[in-house]
Ligand binder design. Structure first.
Ligand SMILES: C[S@@+](CC[C@H](N)C(=O)[O-])C[C@H]1O[C@@H](n2cnc3c(N)ncnc32)[C@H](O)[C@@H]1O
Length: 370
């Protein structure tokens, strides 16, 4: 190793990482040294829960892949913190990363680990996995095709996207080039970004006669994260692709006044699965995780979202359009429920609410508060 590595602890695991000038927030910049970003601890903690759930529900040994591993922190944590019958492959094509991964793998000398130094595209054409984690710099789209070839029936694809500006419509042309989709720069942009990613992944799946089923998907200020179950079969593929479509911007946000009319293609099906989130939350209480407190809050909202309609309104946007003060959330939620509508929070923003109430009803409720 040319670079000085220091030992840090995440979850129950102590590993060597290369300390950089990286702040504790943000996606982090591409650097020459093996990358370690402490602001991704929650991201890795969720993957521990999801992988544990997969192992617990599987009748045979589960092959896990940390495909773009950098220091190897995620894969090492899998090997050290997961229980049950599994094997983890930790891969990075960068020589310095590979040396650091080997050094970290030696700390636990676990029989569960294989380390490889390959182009992920090659590795995924050579081997099959039940869980594939891709955590790239920027967009994961370059790996969607090979990931779909390698993933086994019933397996889970986990992926991070940090190209938030493209997915949220700050750079619409970048979004069109990568995802062949039109984003929308509006209050709902983060959920739209998630749905663009899912739509893109779904199209890659169906060409191989596979279908996707989103299990747990969320966005933060600097990244989006998907956990998606993949099933083989034309039935699964047909069902999945029937949920992908471009739609009018008016159908997303009745307050949007700009000229753009079409958005997507987007995944229009559910983006959370209630039972899966409940299972993952049960596992959370059995693990030693630094972000437990934040995870409980996140999983609570994701569970609420699981049965809510797609997209959401922003209290601030509605109030400013109608030139009235935003009502207190408790009051608004109470009013909607009293009138027989569903309403839930969204993890995308504290100002958001998801409801099946018609726009006219929402407007009249806001106006009543004037
Ligand atoms: C953002 S870092 C991964 C961070 C890591 N997952 C973590 O949790 O700390 C992305 C890594 O992908 C590796 N990489 C990029 N393209 C690759 C490819 N085609 N095959 C293998 N590794 C690749 C880079 O060397 C880099 O270490």
């Amino acid at each position: 190793m040319k670079t000085q590595a220091t030992k840090i602890t995440e979850g129950k695991s102590a590993v060597f990482v290369v300390s950089t000038k990286q702040a504790t927030k943000g996606p982090g910049a591409k650097e020459k040294v093996p990358f370690y970003n402490p602001s991704m601890i929650l991201n890795r903690d969720v993957s521990i829960l999801v992988a544990q759930n997969l192992i617990a529900s599987s009748k045979k040994s589960v092959r896990l892949l940390d495909g773009l591993a950098a220091s190897g922190i995620r894969g090492i944590r899998f090997a050290h913190e997961l229980e049950g019958d599994f094997h983890v492959t930790i891969n990075d094509w960068n020589e310095e990363s590979y040396q650091l991964i080997k050094k970290n793998a030696q700390i636990y000398s676990s029989p569960h680990i294989t380390t490889t130094k390959k182009n992920l595209h090659l590795l995924l054409t050579e081997e099959k996995f039940e869980y594939i984690d891709i955590d790239p710099f920027g967009s994961p789209v370059y790996f969607f095709d090979v990931v779909m070839k390698s993933i086994q029936h019933g397996g889970i694809i986990a992926c991070t996207a940090t190209d938030t500006a493209a997915l949220c419509g700050v750079y619409p042309k970048a979004c069109q080039r990568r995802y062949h989709a039109q984003p929308l720069h509006a209050p709902c942009m983060k959920e739209i970004g998630l749905r663009i990613l899912l739509g893109s992944l779904c199209r890659e799946a169906t060409k191989y006669g596979k279908g996707i089923e989103p299990l747990l998907c969320y966005t933060t200020d600097h990244y989006s994260r998907l956990y998606v179950k993949v099933s083989r079969g034309v039935g699964a593929a047909d069902t999945a692709i029937s949920r992908v479509s471009a739609i009018s911007s008016k159908a997303i946000d009745g307050f949007y006044t700009a000229s753009q009319t079409m958005v997507g293609p987007l995944w229009l099906g559910p983006i959370q699965q209630k039972q899966f989130i409940q299972e993952v939350r049960n596992i959370l209480f059995t693990k030693q995780l630094q972000t437990k407190h934040d995870l409980v809050k996140l999983l609570d909202i994701l569970e609420e979202e699981a049965t809510a309609p797609p997209f959401f309104y922003s209290v601030d946007e509605v109030a400013s359009t109608l030139k009235c003060s935003p009502p207190k959330r408790k009051l608004l939620f109470g009013l909607l429920r009293k009138n027989g509508y569903t309403v839930s929070r969204t993890h995308c923003t504290p100002a958001g609410f998801k409801t099946n109430a018609p726009l006219a009803t929402i407007k009249s409720m806001f106006m009543q508060q004037k």
